[in-house]
Design a protein around this ligand. Structure first.
Ligand code: NAD
Length: 284
């Protein structure tokens, strides 16, 4: 019998901790603040922004919304980020990505102040993820995966983890974070020859390939824990993950749903990172 492990209780627990931390900071006269920088009106960006604004509202974090026109030049965008880097009333900066093609992300990632970079855009924070340096900010989605596994008491030490996907947003960082938890990690990707064979001995599978319902029960070991990071639309026009849930539920021990799984935990991790940035900047 497969247990559906939801994100909400995980997000609720993190949110409660953040509320307490923010209250303590406010008693000392400090108000944590997040700037969200959006270019244009991309519906995905706007939906993530709404979620982040709601979560911050619940926790008492102040939000500064910076909305820039689609045709903003790279130079002007850099100025906006530099301005936020300088502002003492902004502890954290979230640049909604991907940026429009004419703005070079490889340039911007080295402009954003690493101590305010709460979603691991900067190379410095990426390096910290790979070095296992806990003073940085891993990207929110992989952190959410680890939070879910820990909340549901899933043993990571010595566990065989199969990760599907090698992006800088999910696959690579989640592999590093799980290796830090002493898991034995195998990373699969689009050129992996036989992903079914590679994944099917894993105790835990993390799916982050962006292919609607591609991974069915053949890829999954009996009783494995399956974390579905994918957000896709299937042939019936319904929101779905990378996991074929109907099939995998017949074999897995635990599965995160889509929606209601990993995606519902990311903004609480974001809020946690904002508090961490604020505390660090205030020498706490
Ligand atoms: P990406 O397109 O950058 O990377 C996809 C990765 O999957 C690549 O490394 C590629 O090698 C691999 N891949 C593609 N097709 C494959 C195949 N057939 N077999 C094996 N590997 C294959 O995507 P991403 O940004 O890493 O996102 C992955 C998924 O996670 C997407 O569905 C995205 O929408 C979702 N996502 C969800 C959240 C969240 O909050 N839940 C956050 C970020 C991304």
């Amino acid at each position: 019998e497969c247990t559906i492990i939801k994100g909400k209780p995980v997000a609720d627990r993190i949110t409660e901790e953040v509320i307490k931390d923010v209250e303590k900071l406010k008693v000392s006269g400090i108000e944590p603040s997040l700037a969200i920088v959006r270019v244009g009106e991309n519906p995905d960006d706007m939906s993530y922004e709404r979620g982040a604004v709601n979560r911050c509202g619940k926790t008492g974090i102040n939000v500064v919304n910076v909305v820039l026109s689609e045709d903003i030049s790279e130079q002007e965008y850099i100025k906006e980020i530099e301005n936020l880097n300088e502002r003492n009333d902004v502890n954290a900066i979230l640049c909604l990505r991907p940026l429009p093609k004419h703005i070079d992300e490889n340039k911007i990632k080295n402009i954003i102040e690493p101590s305010k970079d709460v979603d691991c855009f900067s190379s410095i924070n990426t390096a910290k993820v790979f070095e296992g340096d806990k003073t940085g900010f891993p990207p929110c989605t992989p952190s959410a995966v680890v939070e879910i596994l820990k909340y549901y008491d899933i043993n990571l030490s010595g566990a065989k983890v199969g990760v599907a996907g090698r992006s800088m947003v999910v696959g690579k960082p989640v592999s590093m974070l799980l290796m830090d938890e002493n898991a034995t990690v195998k990373i699969c990707h689009s050129r992996t020859q036989d992903m079914e064979k590679e994944l099917s001995d894993s105790d835990i599978v993390i799916a982050a390939i962006g292919k609607a319902e591609m991974i069915d029960s053949k890829y999954i070991k009996e009783d494995a824990v399956v974390i579905d990071v994918g957000i896709n639309v299937n042939s019936e026009g319904k929101l779905c993950g990378d996991i074929d849930a109907d099939s995998v539920m017949k074999k897995a021990g635990m599965l995160t749903p889509v929606p209601g799984g990993v995606g519902s935990v990311t903004t609480s991790v974001l809020a946690k990172h904002v508090v961490k940035a604020c505390r660090q900047q205030n020498g706490l």
